[in-house]
Design a protein around this ligand. Structure first.
Ligand code: AMP
Ligand code: MG
Length: 418
């Protein structure tokens, strides 16, 4: 379908009167605008089984003193310090039972790791240091126990009420242990964003169908969905629109409905069939910026929908789409979740990196860990921003600020993992 220039349904007089954003923004400026625009996600309560990897939104305090009682740390015997080397065994203190009482200070009580220390006992001797014959324990000749040894004192790890986890923490494996150990069966975490991924382009066909000479398989949405899944953002609904204004509007309307974030790719460049910015503005998505002074990914468009949806329209070239997604969308989602972590990591260039005088350069990189302890970024030169077939063995992108000449090997750059 061809429209003579100026007759497209999008080119309404009010839109034409709005001056286009002339120059491209800097990377940091673009990031700041995104951060200011994206609304924080709400919270929900989830069972522990569903909490791994989510962002905590409440303070978790110790349920009680930890350990909650003087805990025996060794299988062995409990005695009163100063007792003789031969001690009658007066009972067995197992884990999971109330404390026994060591009434006779010249006797001992057999103990198991994790049991309460028997009342009246103050020292544990490990089983390896004793022999047991006919109900009598004998200490190894010359062995002198240190008073109080192998007793993990009540409250020595933390006191009841002490804050253990703060809001903004990503719930890791040890954090889950803290929750479980402190009786938290359900926890407040950030709600997952409701996401849509929309690809545009007449040439795009699905992965599992026939592909003709002039067609391209859709790959951006797969990469974006994979990154979302790997970073714990859950499922996104997927859409595709051909390069047709009415169809683009119809599909976008569905993609925008009840979403927090919509991620488009393709159709934001300067081509005659790049309808995305106009269609978005027509649907009431206010442009916050269009174009960032970077390579690849200059055409990046970002706006705010009428229901507060954050709309990222990424350039279609796969390297550009992945770069913009990784540099802007992923950190923005992480911030909207209220996470305190930063996804950007400083590390050193393994070799000289070409700089661009006025543009931030993003280059795919593979990381290695040098014997010195330094993590090095090896750059993968990509011939064009469409060349994604060699990205599969890379770990992410490095951000090389504008400058003259090359950034020398060893210089610090910021790395953003895929
Ligand atoms: P565009 O930004 O629409 O001009 O697209 C730039 C290039 O990216 C074109 O060669 C498209 O075929 C390609 N492209 C756009 N969207 C996708 C996609 N979802 N998967 C793979 N390639 C794409
Ligand atoms: Mg296109």
């Amino acid at each position: 379908m061809l429209f003579p220039y100026g007759t497209l349904p999008f080119y309404k007089p009010d839109m034409m009167s709005r001056p286009p954003q002339e120059s491209a923004l800097g990377v940091a400026e673009a990031e700041t605008l995104i951060r200011r625009t994206l609304r924080p996600l709400g919270t929900e309560r989830v069972a522990l089984g569903a909490a791994a990897g989510r962002i905590l939104r409440e303070t978790i305090a110790a349920e009680r003193d930890q350990p909650p009682y003087d805990r025996v740390m060794m299988d062995g015997i409990a005695l009163r310090h100063g007792a003789p080397a031969r001690l009658p065994i007066l009972g067995t203190q197992r884990a999971g039972m109330p404390a026994l009482n060591l009434t006779d200070p010249s006797g001992c009580i057999e103990t198991m790791t994790g049991a309460m220390c028997p009342a009246g006992a103050d020292t544990i001797v490990p089983v390896e240091r004793i022999t047991r014959v006919d109900g009598v324990a004998t200490l190894e000749p010359g062995y002198t126990p240190v008073p109080g040894q192998f007793i993990h004192r009540r409250g020595s790890d933390c006191r009841a009420g002490e804050a253990l986890l703060s809001p903004g923490t990503r719930l890791s494996a040890p954090a889950l242990a803290v929750l479980a150990g402190n009786g938290v069966a359900e926890v407040a975490v950030s709600r997952r964003p409701r996401l849509a991924i929309l690809s545009t382009g007449d040439e795009l066909v699905p992965v599992d169908g026939p592909v003709r000479d002039w067609e391209i398989r859709r790959s951006n949405e797969e990469a974006i969905a994979a990154s979302l899944a790997l970073h714990g953002f859950g499922e996104a609904e997927r859409f595709w629109a051909p390069d047709d204004p009415d169809a683009t509007m119809a599909v976008m309307t569905r993609a925008l409905a009840e979403r927090d974030v919509v991620i488009l790719s393709g159709g934001v460049s300067m081509g005659d069939f790049d309808y995305v910015p106009q269609a978005l503005e027509q649907l009431g998505v206010r442009r916050i910026f269009h174009r960032v002074a970077q390579r690849p990914g200059r055409p990046l468009w970002f706006g705010l929908g009428p229901q507060g949806q954050a709309v990222f329209a990424l350039p279609g070239n796969p390297v550009s789409a992945m770069t913009c997604f990784t540099r802007y969308v992923l950190p923005a989602l992480t911030a909207a979740e209220g996470a305190t972590e930063s996804r950007a990591v400083p590390l050193a260039l393994a070799e000289d990196a070409p700089r661009l005088p006025d543009l931030t350069r993003f280059m795919p990189a593979r990381l290695t860990h040098a014997a010195s302890g330094q993590t090095l970024a090896h750059l993968l030169p990509v011939s064009t921003s469409g060349d994604f077939n060699h990205l599969g063995s890379t770990d992410g992108i490095v951000e090389i600020p504008p400058g003259d000449g090359a950034a020398p090997a060893g210089s610090a750059v910021t790395f953003h993992g895929w």
